[in-house]
Design a protein. Structure first.
Length: 281
């Protein structure tokens, strides 16, 4: 919203994302190393095995040293890591933007690194509490409140918005095969359905409409061809057709809407400001 409807980011604001980008990189690399150990995959060379051990014990600093950047590159490009992701990606948590940051690590690890707008769009920082943003869409004044979606955050905000006109609810289509960070046995898509059900049927929102962003359609298009949706939702029978799969997920979402609130669904790609602004306008 800041990029589309405000004045974008100043250099200082971009710099404030630097540690978040570093944190995303290190946490993603350590997630892969932990999964390699958990599922007993051995990297292809002794050098890469050593690099993985280096990453496993690494504590985030104010900058990324060449040694750590090199270790991440070695582990990421090892063919065994590719096999791990192909065979076990649904059994451990790895943020969707991990590959983006790994591919950009040489730039990100430079001493004079300043995050780009694309870096910020791909970065993930946990929302705690309630964050307000004000902006204009054409002649309409909008106040938007970003709330934490994590389990521990939900009870803090749901009662605060009885008078809101609309709720923008984002559900990640690409998470149908992924697990929660907080609970590795819980499917992320099923968790999102549970959250949506609690919101759409809440007594606080009986006069509220829902703008449903079915997000990460770009990742979903690629994933549905390789990883069957039916593996996680056995009643789905549409095969690798992305439109049928998206309609099925929308149907599952609609089944939870006992309150019969008006829902406006959109397929979105959050890293594309053009795509999101089109639907909001």
């Amino acid at each position: 919203m800041k990029i589309m409807y405000q004045e974008g980011y100043t250099r200082e604001e971009l710099m404030s994302w630097k540690m978040t980008v570093y944190r995303n990189l290190i946490q993603s690399a350590q997630s892969i190393v932990n999964a390699l150990n958990q599922f007993e995959y051995q990297l292809s060379t002794e050098k890469n095995q050593y690099e993985a051990e280096l990453l496993s014990d690494y504590k985030l600093q104010d900058s990324l040293s060449p040694a750590i950047a090199g270790a991440i590159i070695s582990v990421w490009k090892d063919p065994v890591t590719s096999r791990l992701l192909e065979e076990k990606s649904s059994e451990f948590y790895l943020m969707d933007s991990a590959s983006y940051f790994f591919e950009e690590i040489e730039r990100i690890s430079q001493p004079n690194y300043v995050p780009t707008v694309d870096d910020v769009l791909h970065a993930r920082a946990k929302t705690t509490g309630i964050v307000e943003t004000k902006f204009m869409i054409k002649r309409t004044s909008v106040r938007m409140f970003d709330v934490g979606g994590q389990r521990s955050e939900r009870k803090k905000w749901i009662h605060c918005f009885e008078a809101v006109h609309s709720i923008i609810f984002c559900i990640s289509l690409s998470e149908y095969d992924q697990v929660l960070l907080e609970e590795s046995r819980q499917n992320r898509m099923l968790e999102s359905l549970v959250l949506f059900e609690s919101v759409v049927n809440s007594r606080w929102f009986v006069r509220t409409s829902i703008i449903l962003f079915m997000n990460k359609i770009d990742i979903f298009r690629k994933k549905i061809k390789k990883i069957p949706l039916q593996r996680y939702f056995p009643d789905y029978g549409g095969g690798p057709d992305q439109e049928k799969a998206a309609r099925y997920i929308l149907w599952r979402i609609g089944q939870t809407n006992r309150a019969k609130l008006e829902i406006f669904p959109h397929l979105t790609q959050a890293t594309s400001t053009t795509n999101v602004s089109h639907f909001l306008s």
